[in-house]
Design a protein around this ligand. Structure first.
Ligand SMILES: Cc1cc2nc3c(=O)[nH]c(=O)nc-3n(C[C@H](O)[C@H](O)[C@H](O)COP(=O)(O)OP(=O)(O)OC[C@H]3O[C@@H](n4cnc5c(N)ncnc54)[C@H](O)[C@@H]3O)c2cc1C
Length: 452
């Protein structure tokens, strides 16, 4: 940081401050999103909400901006962070669960995995997604697309209260009766109006879960995808599935039976007892998968259903929401990611609809997803020079379905610096912009999808 007084003020505001010239900066600046070359003006690890408030006040006084990061799962949209103080929330990681009230209270840095374990031991379950290592705060401010979403809607609708540091450094608790506008905005509005220090949300009674995946060689993808599209269009809300293309490298760290394989895979969770779940899944099993792991599961195992690598990976990708897809969409997708195409790109098509597609009148800024499917194309970038090429392939995948798109996005999966209005209804976006002008007129807060 060139300004000595800003550096000194920040060091006074918090105990763990890392400037680019400090030993420890590189480690402090390492996030899940590798290989982006981002060099924030400072990285701070606040130990309390008060310390976080002091950091925000100091940064604003010094003309710097502030961005909160949980894990850094989605730092991809940032072009640079040169004028920005990154606030890492990992030291705000404590949580508690009130089993009687079926409610969790989590610090901003808490990941899903430990909460799922402890809640599971109490007969309760959270509405987490496919990764246990994302921050619960980051997941909820994005909306929260879970394994039970088609039955219960977006996870952020379960949030009952949040504690925030506002752009002026003050602390506020928001719920349905206190600062209702901010309470609305924090549920899906992407952290644009305040940094969450703690979140409270409802838990579900642990359901009967039948989950797992079915896998075929990628050469069977056209047939499998066609069947899944037909099936997913009428499947009951009790089941939420994802269709994937995986291209596993022949590396020793990739376990058998995946090493070196190209697979079409359908993962999913049915909230049903075994007999009913088997009836629901029968049309997919008719295609005789090579691997079939579906079965009764404890709800604590759900976040580990997909055979995806843990931990940080340098990637590039693109995603969008799409309306109903037909057989010609299958051909279009196969032309970009079919078995015979030389590509490193993986693909996910998430089944939406059900409660995810019905606006929740009591929900927040994002209270439904406007599409039948979410497409996500993503590929590894082991050499920064390959980033534009992988990005171009992912963009091509999205473009291949342009006739089924109305330009809508689920921003939590958007790795690009897209127009954030694409993530919301026009009225919700207008309300977010007006709130942002009121609460953060100087644009102190910076997020990966900034409401402007
Ligand atoms: C492998 C993988 C699987 C995923 N699966 C799912 C899934 O199934 N469903 C789903 O909905 N999403 C999923 N995601 C997306 C993930 O939920 C989002 O990227 C989420 O934002 C991650 O939060 P984070 O804090 O860990 O990440 P970060 O990159 O640290 O944060 C992302 C953004 O969240 C906001 N944010 C983070 N912390 C705070 C805070 N304390 N206060 C205010 N704003 C904050 C900021 O705007 C920040 O820019 C997945 C991502 C990956 C990489």
């Amino acid at each position: 940081m060139s300004n000595q007084s800003a550096a000194a003020s920040l060091r006074k505001a918090a105990t763990s401050v890392f400037l680019p010239e400090d030993e420890g900066y590189e480690e402090a600046n390492t996030t899940w999103s590798l290989g982006l070359g981002l060099r924030p003006a400072a990285v701070v690890y606040p130990e309390s909400a008060d310390e976080l408030g002091a950091v925000v006040r100091t940064a604003a006084d010094e003309g710097l901006r502030v961005t909160p990061l949980g894990t850094g799962h989605n730092s991809f949209p940032f072009a640079d962070l040169d004028d920005t103080v990154v606030v890492r929330t990992s030291r705000l990681g404590q949580f508690s669960i009130d089993a009687e009230k079926r409610r969790a209270r989590v610090g901003a840095g808490t990941h899903w995995a430990p909460v799922v374990e402890v809640a599971g031991g109490m007969g309760l379950a959270g509405m987490h997604g496919t990764a246990g290592d994302v921050s619960i705060a980051g997941y909820h401010v994005g909306g929260g697309l879970s394994w039970v979403g088609r039955r219960h809607g977006l996870a952020s609708s379960q949030v009952t209260a949040a504690e925030l540091v506002l752009p002026d450094g003050s602390l506020v608790r928001v719920d349905a009766d206190h600062e209702p506008d901010l309470f609305w905005a924090v549920r899906g509005g992407g952290g644009n109006l305040g940094i969450v220090t703690a979140l409270e949300f409802g838990l579900l009674d642990q359901p009967d879960v039948y989950g797992g995946f079915l896998a075929w060689d990628l050469t069977r993808a056209p047939e499998v995808l066609t069947r899944w599209l037909e099936w997913s269009a009428t499947a009951p809300d009790d089941v939420t599935t994802i269709y994937h293309h995986f291209r596993f490298p022949p590396a020793p760290e990739v376990p058998e039976p995946f090493r070196g394989r190209k697979l079409a895979l359908i993962s999913g969770v049915a909230l049903a007892d075994g007999a009913r779940a088997e009836r629901i899944l029968a049309p997919l099993r008719e295609l005789k998968p090579e691997l079939d792991t579906f079965g009764g599961l404890p709800s604590t195992a759900v976040s580990r259903i997909i055979p995806q690598p843990d931990g940080p990976l340098p990637v590039a990708g693109a995603s969008g929401l799409f309306d109903a897809l037909d057989a010609s969409a299958v051909d279009k997708l196969m032309a970009v990611v079919g078995a015979d195409v030389p590509s490193s790109l993986g693909m996910e098509l998430r089944q939406l609809g059900g409660a995810l597609g019905r606006p929740d009148p009591d929900g927040g800024a994002l209270n439904y997803l406007d599409g039948q499917y979410m497409l996500f194309g993503v590929g590894p970038v082991f050499d920064p020079a390959h980033r534009p090429g992988v990005q171009a392939q992912a963009d091509q995948l999205l473009d291949s379905l342009s006739e089924y798109s109305r330009g809508r996005k689920y921003l939590s999966f958007d790795l690009q610096d897209s127009d954030p209005s694409r993530g919301y209804d026009a009225a919700a976006y207008e309300r977010l912009v007006a709130l942002r002008r009121r609460v953060d007129p100087n644009g102190v807060l910076r997020t990966n999808h900034e409401i402007r």
